[in-house]
Ligand binder design. Structure first.
Ligand code: ZN
Length: 84
């Protein structure tokens, strides 16, 4: 089996074992680590900063998704206009 497929299958297996942290919402394997590696050592102030960073990243990804969807729609519209 090619290395790419093995890596992909290993990644899928690892992702299935992960579940969201009750404190920060990020994914980690509860069977391997007792504490969340992202927020387990943070106090409440640091946790707020982590959650604020997470919100900024989610907002950026949402904005990028909107831009790519708009570009795809514009390309489809142009293709449709010039194909006729
Ligand atoms: Zn956490």
């Amino acid at each position: 089996m090619p290395l790419y497929i093995e890596d992909r299958l290993r990644w899928i297996r690892e992702m299935r074992q992960k579940s969201p942290c009750k404190r920060c919402g990020l994914l980690y394997n509860h069977h391997v680590k007792a504490k969340c590696p992202d927020c387990g050592t943070l106090d409440s102030h640091e946790l707020r900063e982590l959650l604020a960073q997470k919100e900024v990243i989610v907002a950026d990804l949402r904005r990028m998704g909107f831009i790519f969807a708009a570009l795809a729609l514009a390309a489809m519209l142009l293709f449709w206009l010039f194909a006729i």
